[in-house]
Design a protein around this ligand. Structure first.
Ligand code: SF4
Ligand code: SF4
Length: 458
């Protein structure tokens, strides 16, 4: 039953064992395990990693990032993109073959399919077989398990946005809010379609990465390559038979195991995700025939031509490496410089100044103070620049701000003048600096400058 056929029809990949498949399975399993377990990690009594959309904050191991810290998030994505480019220059599309969630989930769904419907030959046969109780039972079981896996994946994904401790009970007792439930089911449906039916079609037709990868390749990039010089002319033969043919015995195993259904013997193709399944398959055949391994291998163009390999002194290595190093430094500096308090001083725009009965000049401000930490904090507000200005009737003010709260604190700054000073002097501005300091950690403080409007006679 093929829902979305590719040009080659539905691909039932043959299971392959070997060094690269062990590595891929291990990395995929680790990725999937991390995906589900990370939302359950707690730090200082809270979910360690949580994109709290409702409260517009991102909690990361005790550090809270707010929309104002968007540049930091942007840096993370830019660095990740450059790291990917950096890795691609050397190891080609290893991300696609070994770490991409699309590949990991597809292989997981294929594994379940194999447990229920049998190996690839049996699955092809079942596709063609007429409907029977046996076929119906296998198909229903497979789709039920796929559905459950997809639902768990939907929950796993949303658990990065809604606290995991409350999400799973909400979903499985059908007590979730409309939007949370809708998003879980939406991502479950996407997973079910992607990993169950789309699989390689996503890599072939939807993923933009496969299209621009060749721009990052050079003659030193490691890609899965068929050594045509050694393999051709190909042809079948018996084991230990002496022949004039090349080493490729045309067993077609490299095609049977390929998740994207390509024949790597036709040269480098954008469909290849560098998963190494054909390398393992071909090595298995080479072992059987007593030939040297690595007819298909991870090799660079230069290696195949017998030219010296220049990885560390290529301009791409130096260029991407330098770019990643600079960006990481800027990110680390930005993170280090980030204030745990956010202060925004807003002047009263209606009345620039007011003359009080005792002839002092008053200006009104609203201080918006955000506590960007995950704990309640006590702050001291005072004026850093002393030019005869005072806050209300005190010199400083003490306030408590709850974690994540943005407190609006109205205050008046005044300047005393002599009782007989005229009220019709020229208007002039004086700079004043507000300072908010954490009482528990005086180094944790922010300042912001504003203007005080007064009269020249003051
Ligand atoms: S050609 Fe080989 S490495 Fe490329 S996708 Fe197919 S099996 Fe994987
Ligand atoms: S697995 Fe190796 S020997 Fe078999 S067809 Fe592919 S390249 Fe030839």
């Amino acid at each position: 039953m093929t829902f979305i056929p590719s040009e080659k029809g539905k691909i039932h990949i043959k299971e392959q064992k070997g060094d690269f498949q062990r590595l891929r399975t291990g990395l995929n399993s680790l990725l999937i395990l991390c995906f589900f377990l990370v939302p359950f990690i707690r730090y200082q009594g809270q979910q360690a990693i949580l994109f709290d959309v409702e409260n517009q904050q991102f909690n990361f191991f005790g550090t809270t990032l707010w929309p104002q810290d968007f540049t930091l998030m942007a840096w993370v994505f830019i660095i990740a993109a450059f790291l990917l480019f950096f890795i691609t220059v050397f190891w080609g599309r290893v991300w696609c073959g070994y770490l991409c969630p699309q590949t990991s989930w597809s292989f997981m769904f294929v594994w379940v399919e194999k447990q229920i419907e049998g190996n690839s030959n049996k699955r092809y046969a079942l596709d063609k077989a007429p409907w029977s109780l046996n076929k119906l039972t296998k198909r229903v079981s497979k789709h039920l398990i796929w559905g459950l896996m997809a639902l768990l994946t939907g929950c796993g994904f949303i658990a990065y946005f809604v606290p995991a401790s409350s999400l799973y009970p909400q979903i499985f007792t059908l007590n979730g809010s409309f939007w949370v439930t809708a998003w879980v089911w939406f991502f479950a449906l996407c997973t079910y379609i992607n990993a169950g039916f789309m699989r390689e079609l996503m890599c072939l037709h939807c993923c933009p990465y496969s299209r621009f990868q060749s721009a990052m390749f050079d003659s030193n990039t490691l890609t899965v390559t068929y050594n045509a010089q050694r393999g051709e002319s190909r042809g079948p033969r018996k084991r230990k038979q002496t022949t004039q043919l090349g080493d490729c015995v045309d067993c077609n195993l490299c095609v049977d195991v390929c998740p994207t259904g390509i024949d790597i013997r036709n040269g480098l193709q954008y469909e290849c995700i560098n998963c190494g399944a054909c390398v393992d398959a071909c090595n298995q055949t080479m072992d059987k025939f007593g030939y040297e391994r690595n007819l298909i291998s991870y090799s660079s163009e230069n290696e195949l031509k017998g030219l010296p390999v220049q990885r560390l002194n290529s301009w791409r290595f130096i260029g991407y490496g330098t770019a990643v190093a600079i960006m990481l430094s800027v990110f680390a500096f930005d993170l280090y410089q980030r204030d745990a308090i956010q202060l925004n001083v807003i002047r009263d725009r209606q009345n620039l100044y007011r003359i009080a009965p005792d002839n002092r000049i008053e200006n009104s401000y609203t201080l918006k103070i955000r506590n960007k930490t995950q704990h309640s904090q006590q702050y001291l507000i005072y004026l850093e620049s002393k030019q005869g200005h005072f806050i209300n009737k005190e010199v400083e003010v003490e306030i408590t701000v709850q974690p994540g709260e943005q407190l609006s604190y109205p205050l008046t700054v005044y300047q005393q003048r002599s009782k007989d000073a005229p009220i019709d002097g020229a208007l002039r501005q004086q700079p004043i600096t507000f300072k908010v300091m954490n009482l528990a950690d005086p180094l944790d403080s922010v300042t912001q400058q504003s203007q005080f409007f007064t009269l020249t006679s003051a």
